[in-house]
Design a protein around this ligand. Structure first.
Ligand code: B16
Ligand code: MG
Length: 221
């Protein structure tokens, strides 16, 4: 069988849901905001926020609002939610790193593969610091670096540029459909884990990184 997949020279990791899960903190933050505003919000709606930027998440939350909000009111609400969220993620520690992540990162480093972060989150530097991985990656790209969020490929293209590897030699690890779409739009291969472990569009699928051997995704010839 001819394998026409390119050799992988860099792996770009989404942060939330791949390296660590702060889903519950996002949910609690949005729930508190929604309760204060009298807006109906539940875990089912929260599912739609995975991988989506803060302002786009707010628009989804506001679909059930009884009134229209001005732009500056929306900015204030997004900031308020973020303050709740930041308070909650203070509790993160290295113990919250998801299964298989340290071994997988070490396996890539040992083979000379570049590793990067490609996250929608503007809190990415704070999260990485809380879990003790702020000096681990060769490069990071996050919500602070981009103007278009996933499913736009921008964040992954910035990450690839920062590690100096062409997109076709990069593999993304993602837990959200918006991220799978973004990786494919960037011309990269993608491993779906967690909530994306059943994604039909992903190049590879696994429950988590503990279930993947580094050699399986490298396609080295
Ligand atoms: P922030 P990821 C994403 O992180 C989260 O999945 C998503 O729920 C959140 O709305 C987004 O970051 C923006 O986060 O408000 O911290 O800037 O999965 O792309 O690492
Ligand atoms: Mg994610």
């Amino acid at each position: 069988m001819i394998d026409n997949r390119n050799e992988i020279r860099a792996v770009i990791f989404d942060l939330d849901g791949v390296i660590v899960s702060t889903d519950e903190c996002h949910y609690q933050g949005w729930k508190q905001l929604a309760d204060e505003e009298g807006i109906d919000f539940n875990r089912e709606i929260n599912e739609r926020l995975r991988g989506v930027s803060r302002m786009e998440s707010l628009e989804i939350v506001l679909e059930r609002a009884q009134k229209q909000y001005l732009e500056d009111q929306k900015m204030e609400m997004a900031t308020r939610k973020n303050e709740y969220y930041k308070g909650l993620i203070q509790k993160l520690t290295p113990k919250d790193i998801l299964p298989g992540v340290p071994e997988f990162l070490a396996g890539l480093k040992g083979r000379g593969i570049k590793i990067a972060i490609g996250s929608s989150s503007k809190n990415s530097p704070l999260i990485l610091e809380r879990i003790g991985l702020d000096k681990t990656f060769d490069a990071t790209a996050d919500g602070n670096d981009i103007s278009r969020s996933k499913p736009d490929p921008e964040v992954f293209l910035v990450a690839a540029m920062r590690v100096g590897i062409p997109p076709e030699n990069c593999l993304v690890v993602e837990d959200a459909e918006a991220g799978i779409e973004a990786a494919l739009a960037a011309g990269m291969q993608v491993l779906g884990v967690g909530f994306a472990s059943k994604s039909e569009r992903a190049t590879y699928r696994a429950a988590d990184l503990a279930a993947v051997r580094v050699g399986d995704i490298l396609n080295a010839r």
